[in-house]
Design a protein around this ligand. Structure first.
Ligand code: 13P
Ligand code: SF4
Length: 340
């Protein structure tokens, strides 16, 4: 562990976070609440964050809700408890605000699977196509994108594009295949995938379903097609959470990152939620990127206001168009944020 701020700041690029000792007796929740007030900061957390981070957040949501919240907040500082592409999206939507990410190395295998310089060449082969990119991509990829989408609004985005207009869909081939099946449109798919959603074991899920005959199997559309075929319900994290609230079953096998189980359990304490098993011996479906954030790193980044997300001006200017387009279509489709 590093002791002083100057050394930790110098090592930020290498470590991804401020490697400073935190007094173990400190009440981190109270400290984070104090820093929020003192600095007029808002903490936005994705459902895949550790439960204690979710509990201290001002807003917990899926990728669409988080970007809508980042666009409308009047806080001076946005602290993003999520992964790098989410914090970049917040920065593009609120370029004058300071956007902090507790650990810069909290990346995303999907975003990594689509390097912009290679995608640019790929796109040149399809000059007449509209590019729809899943928001899980880098800021630079967004500059090569016509419209972004999230798993909540992907169907509405595809359906907003005239039927005779060809589409490239990047970077998630599994979400892409799901959309091809739902819309009947033949899209050109980039060959990317999420490391967490690709790992579910068909065989172990079948066995689990046999042991829990009354459990419903629910899955995120980033899962592979043979997993989605078994699902009683498919949806984004918010979609899955809402389904478990309104549905009358009392047991669910959940095929997505395990962080979502915290909100499911809070909303329906009388129901039970079983994480779907992956195809290795590990019992968890944790996203190693999401789980790089900890309460200590969250506290340190708020205290010292780093690591900060900095983007070139041209990336913000060009990239935000695809996000704005997505937010407009979502609003029209009635997928806006519910006002408190
Ligand atoms: P949503 O929360 O938008 O469904 O996204 C899931 C995800 O993989 C985020 O990284
Ligand atoms: Fe990326 Fe998958 Fe992790 Fe989401 S769960 S941040 S898509 S690697």
């Amino acid at each position: 562990m590093t002791a002083d701020l100057a050394t930790a700041t110098r090592n930020l690029d290498r470590n991804g976070f401020l490697d400073i000792d935190v007094d173990p007796t400190l009440d981190l929740e109270a400290e984070i609440q104090r820093l929020k007030k003192e600095k007029n900061a808002i903490v936005l957390a994705h459902y895949y964050q550790e439960s204690e981070i979710q509990d201290v957040a001002d807003y917990i949501g899926d990728s669409l809700g988080l970007s809508q919240k980042a666009a409308e907040t009047d806080a001076d500082i946005i602290v993003f408890a999520g992964v790098h592409f989410m914090a970049e999206t917040a920065k593009m939507l609120s370029p004058t605000k300071k956007v902090l990410l507790p650990d810069l190395k909290a990346g995303c295998s999907l975003a990594d699977s689509c390097p912009p310089h290679i995608f640019r060449k790929f796109k040149e082969k399809y000059p007449d196509h509209t590019v729809v990119s899943y928001i899980n991509c880098t800021a630079e990829l967004k500059t090569l994108t016509d419209i972004c989408c999230t798993s909540t609004n992907a169907l509405a985005i595809i359906e907003s594009i005239p039927k005779d207009q060809p589409i490239i869909f990047a970077p998630d081939k599994n979400l892409g295949k799901y959309l091809v099946k739902k819309t009947g449109r033949d899209m050109v798919l980039w060959n990317g995938a999420c490391m967490v959603h690709e790992i579910f074991s068909h065989e172990r899920i079948v066995k689990l379903k046999n042991r829990h005959p009354n459990a419903k199997f629910i899955a995120h559309p980033e899962c592979e097609p043979h997993i989605l075929e078994m699902a009683d319900f498919i949806g984004s994290t918010t979609g899955l959470l809402n389904f478990t609230k309104r549905d009358d079953a009392t047991e669910y096998i959940v095929a997505t990152e395990s962080g979502i189980l915290h909100q499911m359990q809070l909303a329906s304490p009388h129901k039970s939620f079983i994480p779907a098993p992956p195809n290795n011996n590990c019992a968890c479906n944790d996203c190693p990127h999401m789980k790089r954030n900890t309460m200590e790193k969250l506290y340190l980044c708020m205290e010292y206001e780093q690591p900060e997300i900095i983007l070139p001006e041209w990336v913000i200017k060009e990239g935000v168009k695809s996000i704005d387009r997505m937010l407009e279509i979502s609003e029209k489709a009635g997928l806006g944020l519910k006002k408190d």
